[in-house]
Design a protein around this ligand. Structure first.
Ligand code: NAP
Length: 482
């Protein structure tokens, strides 16, 4: 891996302000999903190191919270600038361990940096209020205080953005973070920690620990010092962390799995809808939580839509993320390939047609994009998150019916609808039981909006003003005897 700044490639963890390895030198491998090559090894740490990190975080957090908001904002701004200055190296590390095309990796670094920039600004706006009281000689003072030490656990699909979306608001609010990144993509997290240290994030305020998920997650959830768990990942693990956090009644932020419906009405601008599907379905090779999983197309335009989509999908280039012009890199691992193939096989066995798709090259993690037509609601894709580049087209003919089918899932993260009618647009926006709805838009992620789901897709919001609120407690003081 050629980096302008080789110091960004870390094979040690950042614990309490020090770069550490395991006492017994135990480590785990990080491989390139495109080639299978070993890129680096990272320490396999556990409960003891997590406890040290929690202790250091607790010590550092008080001083950090006592600084003025402007001082915290200045450090965050510097972190933002360093991330932007090192975009090329960070993107190289990200593509090497995650596989996404380099252009997409650069886009993710820009997106990741945007959260740090946003919360550097938002740090100064943790406003309270003074409420006219129920007694003439008293006033009700409401102030905001940092929640304290936060345990953060992140997935591999956005190795940079899922970290800054938590750490930006946490540090802005005056909190400390102990982070466990995904084992497939720890190098981006460690590079971000190196830049955080250079920016002036104090020792102990931010630790990054790689290793055994159960041990690290257990130490974070059982510690009374950790006041909040902020998790992004699968719904199953989210539920587990929720139950583990019950004993110490922690605040929880859970950004979990989705199964997004993408509805194309008969009055939609077809070309715009196709553009929307291309981004909502094939970004990151279909491995995003807000990926269009079920594409419902009105009967009257179904065939035309399918034909246009096939034309666009045929032009996608599946290649190593470093190859110029690559649109789709590999899936993250063999288990991901197996799951996506199982969804395709299940659909075909139940009558779906493969309108376009090359066979999956065995022995690799590449999965060529596919378009399936004549999908029905008995197929696994109708209820399970596929997490791969398979566009599954369902038919519909009635708005009320498609809304009912779109809502018929335990997930509630993102939904999309394409229509030129304003009243229909409002109807879909209001009736879809999802935390986020894109109307005539396939790319909804931005630091300026509150990202998050309802139902089993999670709790809390990340991004925007709401993302900062999640790291603050509300304190009420009654000022009497005035
Ligand atoms: P995952 O298997 O749940 O893993 C996520 C993180 O949790 C990893 O760091 C993992 O580490 C850790 N983990 C697993 N078991 C744990 C335990 N018992 N205690 C503590 N930590 C544990 O999810 P994934 O496969 O990486 O990510 C894909 C999922 O994330 C999809 O469902 C996707 O929709 C969802 N996602 C949601 C959002 C959102 O904003 N809502 C964003 C991105 C992704 P190990 O791998 O070491 O076990």
């Amino acid at each position: 891996m050629k980096l302008n700044d080789p110091q960004l490639l870390k094979q040690a963890c950042y614990v309490a302000g020090n770069w550490v390895t395991a006492i017994d030198d135990a480590c785990s491998s990080v491989t390139n999903p495109s080639t299978g090559e070993l890129i680096a090894t990272v320490p396999a740490l556990g409960k003891q190191e997590t406890s040290s990190a929690i202790h250091a975080a607790d010590k550092a957090q008080g001083d950090w919270a006592a600084r003025t908001a402007k001082e915290r904002a200045t450090v965050l701004r510097r972190w933002y600038e360093l991330i932007v200055e090192n975009t090329e190296d960070l993107a190289t590390i990200l593509t090497s361990e995650q596989g996404k095309p380099l252009a997409e990796a650069k886009g993710e670094i820009t997106y990741a940096a945007s959260f740090v920039e946003w919360y550097a600004e938002e740090a100064k706006r943790a406003y309270g209020e003074l409420i006219p009281s129920h007694k003439p000689d008293a006033r009700i003072l409401v102030s905001k205080q940092p929640i304290g030490v936060v345990g953060a656990i992140t997935p591999w699909n956005f190795p940079a953005a899922m970290i800054t979306r938590k750490c930006g608001p946490a540090f802005a609010a005056g909190c400390a973070v102990v982070l466990k990144p995904a084992p497939d993509t720890p190098l981006t997290a460690l590079a971000l920690a190196e830049l955080a240290g250079r920016a002036g994030i104090p020792a102990g305020l931010f630790s990054v620990i790689t290793g055994d998920a159960v041990a690290i997650g257990g130490a974070l959830t059982e510690s009374p010092t950790v006041k909040k768990i902020s998790f992004t990942g699968s719904t199953g693990v989210g539920k587990l962390l929720m139950s583990q956090s019950a004993d110490t009644v922690k605040k929880l932020a859970l950004e979990l799995g989705g199964n997004a419906p993408f509805i194309v009405c008969d009055d939609a601008d077809l070309d715009k809808a196709i553009d929307g599907v291309m981004i909502a379905k094939f970004r990151n090779a279909g491995q995003t939580c807000i990926c269009a999983n079920r594409i419902y197309v009105h009967n009257s335009i179904y065939d035309e839509f399918a034909a246009k989509l096939v034309d666009r999908v045929k032009a996608l280039k599946v290649a190593d993320g470093f190859e110029p012009g690559a649109n789709l890199g590999p899936l993250i691992n063999a288990a991901a390939v197996e799951k996506v193939q199982a969804h395709v096989d299940d659909a075909q066995a139940k009558g779906a047609k493969l309108a376009y798709g090359e066979p999956q090259p065995e022995g690799t993690h590449f999965f060529p994009p596919q378009v399936l037509t004549e999908m029905d609601d008995t197929m696994r894709i109708a209820t399970e998150e596929t997490f791969g580049p398979v566009a599954a087209l369902f038919r519909f003919s009635d708005d009320a019916d498609v809304i009912r089918r779109a809502n018929h899932t335990s997930s509630g993260l993102a939904a999309y609808a394409y229509t030129q009618s304003l009243s229909r647009a409002f109807k879909f926006s209001e009736a879809l039981e999802y935390g986020m709805v894109g109307i005539n838009e396939g790319l909804i992620s931005t630091e300026a909006a509150p990202f998050g789901g309802v139902k089993e897709s999670g709790l809390g919001r990340e991004g925007a003003r709401q993302g900062m609120e999640d790291f603050l407690e509300t304190k009420y003081t009654l000022m009497g005897g005035l």
